[in-house]
Design a protein. Structure first.
Length: 39
């Protein structure tokens, strides 16, 4: 695998983790909102 390929794989993994963390943050922020259903 080329250096570019390894970097792209790493960036992809970090983006996926950032999306998961964003979902968790949204769930925590809205946990007390009436009618909110976690995603």
């Amino acid at each position: 695998m080329s250096l570019y390929g390894m970097m792209r794989t790493g960036v992809s993994g970090m983006n996926a983790q950032a999306n998961r963390l964003s979902t968790v943050a949204d769930n925590i922020a809205n946990s007390d909102t009436t009618g909110y259903k976690r995603s």
